[in-house]
Design a protein around this ligand. Sequence first.
Ligand SMILES: [Zn+2]
Length: 178
Amino acid sequence: MDLENIPHKVSYRKIRYPRIEFTTGELHFVLPLNSRHEELSSKHERWIQKKRAFIQECLKESEKREVVQRSGDEFKELVLSLIIKAADELAIKPNNVYFKLMKTKWASISSKKNLTINKLARCLPDHLVEYMIVHELTHLKQKRHNDHFWEIIAKKFPDYEALEKELFVYWFRLISER
Ligand SMILES: [Zn+2]
């Protein structure tokens, strides 16, 4: 599957840093409002090129990934047991766990400590499900993706960068299945 086949759009919003939003069928580059200025727009043009190259790489790798087959119940059981394990290791636990179909992320955690897991994560290998849970629970200690956050993550997952990339790769695996 080629990147050109994925619809993508660029839009501007009142944000500080450019970001990419994924839905299962669309790639969306969101840029800060002020990046319409010329010199900024060429900077963001380079950013988009870099991201597109990264996405292209993920797409290529995604063809080699196997989607894991699990029942909904098996998945819930796995998630709950991994939450108990991670909660023990991090000395922090979520209040509630919800399973929902989400279009833009694998999981999220709210300020009320409610953990939401994307039902699509049912197809992920065990180690990525575990990483995803530890990542979200770590946000209860550190909200933002700053150095402190990655320090905590690196204690358990020194190779977290590769794992973050794998989550992208699997996301594209799902896109290409549609
Ligand atoms: Zn995060």
